[in-house]
Design a protein around this ligand. Structure first.
Ligand code: ADP
Ligand code: MG
Length: 249
């Protein structure tokens, strides 16, 4: 048996989920460090999205463990996992289309809902600073007053990343963030991801191999719910098993 590896921010061990006997995630062990940008790749149906669902508590695991900051996440409700510092972006952006960029970031600021009226004006400046700082990070500082519905698809993806960043999660998980983005937007997103993993862990699910090559430090390849290979991009690209099931397609 493996002993728990507590040096990592996220330690996933022997994680399995079975849907009526079908193991969508099958005995996955994976460790992610602070300051790390981990890319998870794999063919359609490999279990990538399900893995994120398990970590954020959307789906309950059948067995195994998910330790975050040495705390077991398995069995916790989704909002508790969010409160512990886990943020997750789904494939389709969920932003408030009829609010401005500024307002979208404002409603996502965690303390904004809890501020006492008497303290409100004092903290407004802090919130405002934070909104503007995040807006620069996500390339939307010139769009703060624009209604979100008018943004490009890529800008909407960035806005949603910003809405997560403003909550300052220690673990940020993004499911195919560059899908549908222009070449330029992909490049900018690569730079963004490399920046935002400082001081936290970021897990990115990705399909586009050129993009993975640009951003990846370490890659985990999933296939039929299991880890097929793990390593840097050069190692992954020459791995026979990976070539066979994934890159060769
Ligand atoms: P990926 O994101 O790698 O494309 P998914 O994690 O979405 O793959 O799906 C992995 C497999 O698990 C697929 O075969 C999918 O049909 C199945 N699956 C995912 N969620 C459920 C569920 N709630 N019930 C039954 N099967 C599911
Ligand atoms: Mg998926």
């Amino acid at each position: 048996m493996l002993s728990s590896n507590t040096d990592y921010l996220l330690s996933i061990e022997d994680l399995t989920v079975s849907f009526d006997g079908f193991k969508a995630v099958d005995n996955v062990t994976m460790y992610v460090d602070t300051d790390e940008l981990r890319v998870v790749i794999g063919p359609n149906g490999a279990g990538k999205t399900t893995l994120l669902d398990l970590i954020c508590g959307k789906t309950a695991a059948s067995s195994g463990s998910i330790k975050f900051n040495q705390k077991e996440l398995r069995g916790l409700a989704e909002h508790k996992i969010v409160a512990l510092g886990v943020g997750r972006k789904f494939q389709t952006p969920s932003i408030y289309e009829n609010l401005t960029v500024y307002e979208n970031l404002e409603v996502s600021y965690p303390a904004a809902h809890k501020v006492l009226p008497a303290l409100f004006f004092k903290t407004t400046a802090e919130v405002d600073n934070e909104i503007r700082r995040i807006a620069v990070e996500i390339y939307l500082d010139e769009y703060l007053d624009m209604e979100a519905s008018l943004l490009s698809h890529g800008q909407k993806q960035w806005l949603e990343i910003g809405m997560l960043l403003i909550q300052d999660p220690e673990l940020l998980m993004l499911d195919e963030p560059v899908a549908g983005m222009s070449v330029k937007e992909r490049e900018q997103t690569g730079d963004l991801l490399k920046r935002i993993c400082k001081g936290r862990s970021v897990i990115v699910i990705e399909h586009d191999m050129d993009f993975v090559e640009k951003i990846a430090s370490k890659v985990t390849v999933l296939h039929q719910g299991s880890v097929l290979a793990e390593g840097n991009m050069a190692e992954i690209q020459k791995n026979e098993k990976v070539i066979e099931v994934y890159l060769g397609h």
